[in-house]
Write a protein that binds this ligand. Structure first.
Ligand SMILES: Nc1ncnc2c1ncn2[C@@H]1O[C@H](COP(=O)(O)OP(=O)(O)OP(=O)(O)O)[C@@H](O)[C@H]1O
Ligand SMILES: [Mg+2]
Length: 373
């Protein structure tokens, strides 16, 4: 007991879903719109859309939900069905390989059902075209046979509502996007919102959580509910095994030290990247592959796993000449930034040097050549 495996440590602040967590997540999923924390704009808009449709007694228009992993897209899709009192069918873009698979799902829907397609940007092209006519005219043409003898058999689809979710709305084709009557974008959460979320989760899990304990965890959760809930479970373990069972600041700090999650929510690899950048390369600019070698990782891992949050937190900038550590990065490592970074200090990192972790505001240093989703 006591040892934390590398894997656990590595996954702790990942925003991606982990298979083993499926059940734990389901327990904490809000079932109704009124239980869904924060995201006020999307909530209000959805509420109007759903209420309007119910008044008219017709299914609402198709709904697209976009946003980074772990922000609540699947949760909202389920809520849509629950609020409508409708049946829910769940599938995902990668699961629909052939248009026939999709036709089978579509033609088996009952009137008013909600069809949730996760990762809808990954749907195969022929299936996507079939989906267009289903979305627009509630009709699909199923092609039977091959070559010159092939015939299209039109089949009716009951009126339904498609809820699509995507982490990469930029990858959706224009025609696809145009067929959604409502597009809701989920933003990262503020620490104060995660505070509320953590108290809700603690209530459900029966965990004693103090206000300062919630604040401590919220600040390290990278603006992401999935991470906040995960950190809460890990701190609970620690509090129960090594302390008095109460999730307070002291226990949260001690637990997250064990798990190598620092006060901004960076894990060991994130910090290794910043440390290499600052200590070995004088803060950069340095190329991605060189930086990756320095931390003993694949360039892909550094680019896709570490960098998005480091950029969002205003700690690292991607420039045409390579990766650069911002003044905030130097300070986060307890170092004094070189004079040449004085300018970035003035550009909004504030005297305390705490970067805008949640990244809802602008990143202090512009991202010059990579576009993040
Ligand atoms: N607004 C919220 N209020 C309360 N809990 C939330 C909220 N948003 C997300 N959660 C919780 O966070 C977890 C992850 O949410 P969800 O699975 O909906 O994310 P997602 O956007 O679908 O992620 P992915 O892109 O990986 O599919 C869920 O267990 C859910 O309970
Ligand atoms: Mg999801």
């Amino acid at each position: 007991m006591g040892a934390v495996s590398e894997d656990e440590g590595a996954e702790l602040v990942s925003a991606y879903a982990i298979e083993a967590e499926r059940e734990a997540e389901a327990t904490l999923r809000p079932r109704r719109l009124s239980e869904f924390i924060a995201q006020h704009r999307v909530r209000e808009q959805l509420d109007l859309l759903l209420q309007g449709a119910m008044r008219r007694g017709a299914p609402p228009e198709h709904i697209l939900l976009s946003g980074a992993p772990g922000l609540g897209k699947t949760t909202l899709a389920m809520i849509v069905a629950a609020e409508l009192g409708a049946g829910l069918r769940i599938t995902s873009g990668p699961a629909i390989e052939r248009s026939g698979d999709l036709a089978a799902v579509l033609t088996s829907l009952s009137t008013g059902d909600v069809l949730f397609i996760d990762e809808i940007h990954r749907i195969a092209r022929p299936a996507e075209e079939l989906l267009y006519s289903a979305m627009e005219d509630f009709r699909v043409d199923v092609v039977v046979g091959k070559g010159p003898g092939a015939t299209a058999i039109p089949l009716d689809v009951e009126p339904f509502t498609l809820v699509g979710a995507t982490t990469r709305s930029g990858l959706l084709t224009g025609p696809m996007r145009d067929r959604f009557g409502f597009v809701g974008h989920l933003d990262f959460y503020e620490p104060s919102e995660l505070d509320v979320l953590l108290h809700r989760s603690a209530r459900i899990l029966g965990v004693a959580l103090t206000d300062d304990g919630a604040t401590e965890i919220a600040g390290r959760s990278r603006g992401t509910p999935r991470i906040a809930n995960r950190l809460l479970r890990r701190v609970r373990d620690f509090a129960e095994v090594r302390a008095d069972g109460i999730v307070n600041t002291v226990n949260a700090q001690a637990a997250l030290r064990v798990y190598d999650v620092d006060d901004l929510g960076l894990d060991r690899l994130d910090r290794a990247v910043l440390t290499a950048l600052v200590r070995s390369f004088g803060g950069g600019p340095v190329g991605l592959s060189t930086l990756a070698v320095a931390v003993g990782e694949q360039p892909d891992t550094v680019e896709e796993v570490c960098e998005p949050f480091l950029v969002r937190a205003g700690l690292l900038a991607r420039t045409p000449r390579g990766r650069v550590a911002t003044a905030g990065a130097w300070r986060h490592l307890g170092l004094t930034p070189p004079d040449r970074l004085a300018l970035t200090n003035l550009l909004g990192q504030g005297p305390a040097g705490r970067p805008d972790t949640m990244g809802n505001g602008a990143t202090p240093v512009p991202d010059l050549f990579t576009q993040d989703p």
